[in-house]
Design a protein around this ligand. Structure first.
Ligand SMILES: Cc1cc2nc3c(=O)[nH]c(=O)nc-3n(C[C@H](O)[C@H](O)[C@H](O)COP(=O)(O)OP(=O)(O)OC[C@H]3O[C@@H](n4cnc5c(N)ncnc54)[C@H](O)[C@@H]3O)c2cc1C
Length: 314
């Protein structure tokens, strides 16, 4: 619970410390679902010192807060007024090449253009990342991936803040798996930068690979629709022919393709996507998520695990 008095103290302290913030921000403007209520405060530290200061202030004043990246894997509550939102800015948006094929990338860098640029500089293997929306920090948190690739395949080190200290951890000391990492499980670390090693390739082949992956995505996913991508992870089971089971198939089999509730719809094009038809509320999407889980469990005995996260109470 965020008290009015806490908020006043917080604003005063942030001003004194020259930390950037915005008041009464409509969070629907900061996420791909275009759903969410008004956050009383979005705090936007622009460098590591400012982030450290912000976290110290939050802990000292016991401010409840949540970290928002590009907002492309989240269902944001219609009532996010009982916590403060932390969103990296400034130098966290940048990336640089430290040495041949060795990149340092800020957690607030946009994933798609960053990896498109890196690919077009002649580095290969991460073309798949140029099709994933959101920010690099958010991609690291859940080990984002597609078309057989995952961001952790190329990560060398992750820099993060935990309990006020800066850590630079090598990949071998970090737990990660299919759409999961220790950061997602523990939620007590704030990713600031990553270092990646990406091999040199042939530019013509890279350009072909970029186009191939973009075309594949355009052909398989609803275009220009407001969503948060796949709602559920694929379950860890195989069908009778030994092929990995897909969540979209199970949702289709229980007859929910195209189902509408309020302003939200289970996409007719890809039924592991839920789309905002225009004026959807978080509660509409939440209803469809629960309905899918209930029907799939009833028919197949499989508990579908969410890939998207809830941001605030539903
Ligand atoms: C159309 C569409 C297609 C998609 N396709 C794919 C796909 O192919 N593969 C895939 O893996 N995903 C996909 N996604 C999901 C999403 O784009 C990725 O998971 C993305 O990497 C999330 O990044 P984000 O910055 O938007 O994170 P957010 O949604 O903002 O946040 C996700 C989580 O990360 C935390 N977080 C964010 N930044 C930090 C940080 N710096 N430190 C600590 N915690 C942080 C947040 O608190 C939250 O818990 C898709 C989404 C859409 C809308």
């Amino acid at each position: 619970m965020l008290l009015e008095s806490q908020l006043k103290d917080l604003i005063k302290t942030l001003k004194k410390n020259h930390v950037c913030f915005r008041e009464n921000v409509n969070l629907s403007t900061l996420c791909s679902f275009k759903i969410g209520g008004i956050s009383p405060l979005v705090v936007e530290p622009e460098n590591i010192q400012s982030l450290q200061q912000t976290l110290e202030i939050f802990f000292k004043l016991e401010i409840p807060f949540k970290v928002l990246g590009g907002g492309t894997n989240l269902l944001i509550s219609d009532f996010p007024n009982d916590f403060v939102t932390l969103r990296l800015s400034g130098e966290f948006k940048e990336f640089e090449m430290l040495s041949e094929g060795y990149f340092r990338i800020g957690a607030a860098a946009l994933t798609t253009p960053t990896f498109r640029k890196i690919s077009l500089l002649g580095y290969t293997g991460t073309e798949f990342l140029s099709t994933i929306p959101g920010w690099v920090g958010g991609a690291v948190i859940q080990n984002a991936g597609c078309y057989g690739g995952e961001i952790f395949n190329f990560i060398e080190k992750v820099e993060f803040l935990k309990e006020g200290k800066i850590f630079i951890e090598s990949k071998k000391n970090i737990e990660f798996g299919y759409r999961s990492t220790q950061f997602l499980k523990n939620k007590n670390s704030y990713i600031t930068f990553i270092e990646m090693k990406i091999p040199k390739g042939n530019l013509e082949e890279i350009e072909f690979s970029l186009k191939e992956k973009r075309d594949k995505r355009n052909a398989s996913q609803p275009q220009n629709k407001k969503s948060a991508g796949s709602v559920f992870k694929n379950p860890p089971f195989r069908d009778e022919d030994g092929n990995p089971l897909k969540s979209w198939f199970l949702i289709d089999q229980v007859g929910l393709r195209g189902k509408i509730y309020g302003g939200a719809q289970i996409s007719p094009e890809h039924c592991n996507f839920i789309v905002n038809l225009g004026n959807a509320k978080a509660k509409d999407v939440y209803y469809l998520i629960c309905l899918i889980q209930e029907k799939v469990y009833e028919k197949f005995g499989i508990e579908l695990e969410k890939e998207i996260e809830f941001f605030g109470r539903m």
